[in-house]
Design a protein around this ligand. Sequence first.
Ligand code: ADP
Length: 273
Amino acid sequence: RDDRDELDALTRQVGRAGRALQEEIKRLERVESYRREFLGDVSHELRTPIFAIAGFAETLLDGALDDDRVRRRFVEKVLSNARRLETLTRDLSDISKLETGQLVLDRAAFDLAAVLADVVDGLEPAAAARGVGLAARPAPGLPPVVGDRDRVRQVLANLAENALKYNERGGSVELTARLRPTGEVRVAVVDDGIGIPADALPRLTDRFFRVDKSRSRAEGGTGLGLAIVKHLLEAHDQRLDVESRVGYGSTFSFALPAAAPPSAASDDAAEAG
Ligand code: ADP
């Protein structure tokens, strides 16, 4: 009877190990197919600017160097494509860190209104160049929020940049934040730009997805911005919400927890100590 019990226990153990092994094999298959797809996407994205650079350089050597105006224009094209590769490699390194869970957040309470103002300051020249209005409008008396300030800034800069890029001259972009009754602060980037078709919304945060490839390219887009934003928010246990109507504009929003106000008890403790 003891032997039978032992055998039963052993059988169960082997069964568990087998299932664990199957799970692990499935996981590795997923990682492998992800890796293959990722490499395919990346080489596809790298090819365009590399071909462009090679093409312009070749044309220059083939005689365009002698023409003053053409020379300048082509060198500018080489430069802009090199910049594009620079952005692409930066975004790629971000996304691979995020997708393999290598990002460590540095969470603390911070002043969100200051970050909104900062992002607007940084994008002011781009907004002016496009003739699009850009403003930070945090609700007055906003409490501090908890998160990784630099990463939240990166999220907002990304969303605000998109709101400017996918807009028309005379349009406007607003960065808002307000405290909800739930104790969360809702942060939104609101634009009255070109909008996004409903059938594109579910794929918006997929890497390399763009509604209009040529427009994104012309704007220096990599198709990675929103994928990065999604991951950064997920790291904060938050998700990106999007509302949009073609021809009317888009609102991208997310929440952050408000920092707990210092309680009376801890004030006392601080005074006592
Ligand atoms: P990209 O580098 O192409 O801007 P993103 O990942 O940031 O890549 O955005 C993916 C796509 O989503 C964009 O190419 C664009 O088609 C669409 N998109 C993003 N933000 C907006 C917006 N505010 N208004 C309209 N379309 C947008």
